[in-house]
Design a binder for this molecule. Structure first.
Ligand SMILES: Cc1ncc(COP(=O)(O)O)c(C=O)c1O
Length: 396
């Protein structure tokens, strides 16, 4: 049978590429490639009313994921995370319908598991045995775990001050770990030099390969099912390299083509930290691309991404959805880790806390209406940040 997986397409110039050969970025313009499917064919099998008996992980949406056979799937049970009503957090913001999408319950404790499950499965399909990634921490932990699961050799580079649980989980899973003075961009440079000319190793940096976004996009498919075949009015996402927003915007377009999205697109909100906010600055100035940030600093290590190759896609997704972008300070994040955790019982990460602060700010200034249905993404478990968690407990 012909696979539903069809081809790759550049998000900037529209050039097409082969989804059945290893690929990184567009050979014509060096911008990110996106995976395309034969959605006409997917539509026959992927019907919302027929999903209920499927497996309870992200592979329930298999027709729109980049594998061709069951035995290519590398899974640790990622996805299908809880969507939890948060009435006390809602009341604190003067809202009525706030939900937490609890991504901390993914394998390796963050939403990065979704992307790496899809990317490592694609590596298995392409028969690639070595992979490497520069990371702010959670992507590295996820790749190390899925690499171990698939028997693929993994090399990681992370900033030296990455939270210790991220370093430990990579080493525990047998990855080769390099701690670099500098930020994620420096880690990428280090690995690209190290692997220059290596033909048998694949780089899995954010949006420098097409497959991680495919795992991330399932977050929107899940929201649709969990909200009884509807979507929220507002989705608040802590954003670094932007795969969450890029993935969910892609999912919306696919769901429309599959004829199962409701007509209204959720308004996306990008939240970044005051100390590293390239996308917010670009959004506010009306730019279509972001300028790199010098001396980026924030306690939310996942948001410490001074320059994103997918900047133009994130900004496009924000504007198409009627969304917005805003910053929060590290002090607000620390305070909110405590407040949001006490209000919900969910152990908030600094990144999730940033999204929670943003919900309140936007409710206060009227951008979110009291009756809007709002989803805050807690993208990782607070357990992965012992230092920030300690500082949050002691924060006055
Ligand atoms: C917990 C957490 N939240 C959010 C992000 C930002 O994700 P992205 O880089 O896909 O925008 C990261 C990235 O490392 C993260 O670890």
């Amino acid at each position: 049978m012909k696979p539903i997986l069809s081809h790759l397409e550049c998000a900037a110039c529209g050039a097409t590429g082969d989804a059945f050969a290893p690929a990184t970025v567009c050979v014509k313009c060096n911008k990110p490639l996106l995976v395309r499917y034969d959605l006409e064919r997917a539509r026959a099998a992927l019907r919302p009313d027929r999903l209920s008996g499927r497996r309870s992980d992200l592979w329930r949406y298999r027709e729109v994921l980049p594998v061709c056979a069951e035995n290519e799937i590398v899974s640790l049970g990622e996805g299908w995370t809880p969507l939890l009503a948060a009435p006390r957090l809602a009341a604190r913001a003067g809202l009525r319908r706030v939900f937490i999408k609890e991504e901390g319950q993914n394998p390796t404790g963050s939403f990065k598991a979704r992307g790496m499950a899809a990317a490592v499965s694609a590596l298995v399909r392409l028969q690639i045995k070595n992979a490497y990634v520069p990371s702010a921490g959670n992507a590295a932990g996820a790749l190390a775990a899925y690499g171990a699961r698939a028997g693929i050799n993994i090399t990681i580079a992370m900033p030296r001050d990455t939270p210790e649980p991220n370093i430990l989980e990579c080493r525990a899973a047998g990855a080769s770990v390099h701690l670099i003075e500098g930020l994620i961009g420096d880690c990428g440079k280090f690995l690209r030099e190290r692997f220059a000319g290596a033909r048998d190793a694949m780089e899995l940096s954010t949006l420098r390969e097409p497959y991680r976004v495919e795992g991330k996009k399932t977050m929107l498919y899940e929201l649709y099912e969990q909200l009884q075949f509807d979507l929220p009015d507002v989705i608040i996402y802590p954003t670094g390299g932007g795969t969450g927003i890029v993935g969910m915007a892609k999912a919306y377009d696919e769901m429309t083509a599959l004829r199962f999205a409701p007509p209204k697109r959720p308004r996306f909100v990008v939240v970044q930290s005051e100390g590293c906010a390239p996308i917010v600055r670009a959004f506010q100035s009306g730019a279509t691309e972001a300028k790199p940030i010098a001396n980026a600093q924030t306690i939310a290590s996942g948001l410490r991404v001074p320059s994103a190759i997918g900047d133009f896609i994130i900004l496009r997704a924000l504007r198409e959805s009627g969304g917005t972008a805003l910053t929060v300070t590290d002090d607000e994040i620390l305070r909110e880790m405590g407040v949001a955790t006490r209000d919900t019982g969910v152990l908030f990460s600094p990144e999730g806390a940033a999204a929670s602060v943003a919900a309140r700010t936007l409710a206060k200034n009227g951008w979110i209406a009291p009756d809007d249905r709002v989803v805050i993404f807690n993208t990782g478990s607070g357990l992965k940040y012992p230092e920030a968690a300690r500082a949050a407990i002691e924060f006055k």
